[in-house]
Ligand binder design. Sequence first.
Ligand SMILES: Cc1ncc(COP(=O)(O)O)c(C=O)c1O
Length: 350
Amino acid sequence: MKRIPLAKPYWDDECEQAAVAALTSGRWVKGPEAKAFGEEFANWCGAIAAVPCQSGSAALWAALRLLDIGPGDEVIVPGMTFIATATSVSLVGATPVFADIESDYWCICPDDVEAKITSKTKAVIGVHLFGQPFSPRLREICDNHEIALIEDAAQAHGAILEGKMAGAIGDIACFSFFPSKNMAVGGEGGMITTTRPEYSEKLKRLVDHGRNDTLESIELGTNLRMSEVNAAIGRVQLKHIDEWTNKRRENSRLLRHDTKTRPNCEHAWHQLCVFVNDPNETISNFNKAGIDSRVHYPLPCNRHQVYSEHFQHQTTLPNCEEISHKLVAIPIHPSLDGNEIERIRTVLHP
Ligand SMILES: Cc1ncc(COP(=O)(O)O)c(C=O)c1O
């Protein structure tokens, strides 16, 4: 019996031809593919502009630099997310302030965000966790307090919040094309999008040493550019993303799980995480049936060793503590066939 992986990167002849064409063109960087990929991606998600970059982590770093966030500033982030959401803030010299998550949808809790806003708060990074859009209240809160809203959309290509797609909800959004993500680029990759016309030029500069058209560095940036081969593959994958997202949604229905979806939203189902009391037992049951699964995320971010000196290291964020180690991710990717769905469903509903 063939093992069912948690993710399966997509590859076809068109991806291969696009990659080879980019290589044989001799133009490996700063060429037409990256430019077109940015334009097509912005167009697809409804952003004003988009710039491809080297990873989701690089996109987060650039988003914070774009907002001039640095030492002395605070940025509110969820306690349960992939660690890069928080470390990007530390890497620009600012302080991540951890907020608890919602008990039902597991995204950053708007009430706790509001409670943690101080005069130093410059932004909130909301994560569309596992593909579930964060609360629409985040936009209201950020507007009321005149602080920026950054979407960490690394897991949310195609998610929709009250009619707006991930990438067009916050001031800036950051996507990842890591191979397990909903779409990929044949290596590492990311995308930064913005809904603010005034940021679009700066966005392009930040991934290219802060240089302007005359090649003068007018602000601090570095080389975060995406290669032409990756961009060419990304452009092919972008043509399939809506179909793949629909398949993920269909798989979610077929699996008949009881994970909650926020009203007025469309989940992108990057991960299907189920809440269980005994994750080891669940993982062992899936393992015996030849199915990969794993806990997402075993440790709240403030508890990681990297934050041993952080003022919230010993703080308990009650929902993060209760929920994080009990969420087991099981396969939901679009290449599952009917037989595989049935195998997963049998373990889920014995
Ligand atoms: C929520 C979240 N933020 C940020 C990242 C970082 O993306 P990358 O791995 O492309 O740097 C990831 C992906 O791993 C993620 O899941």
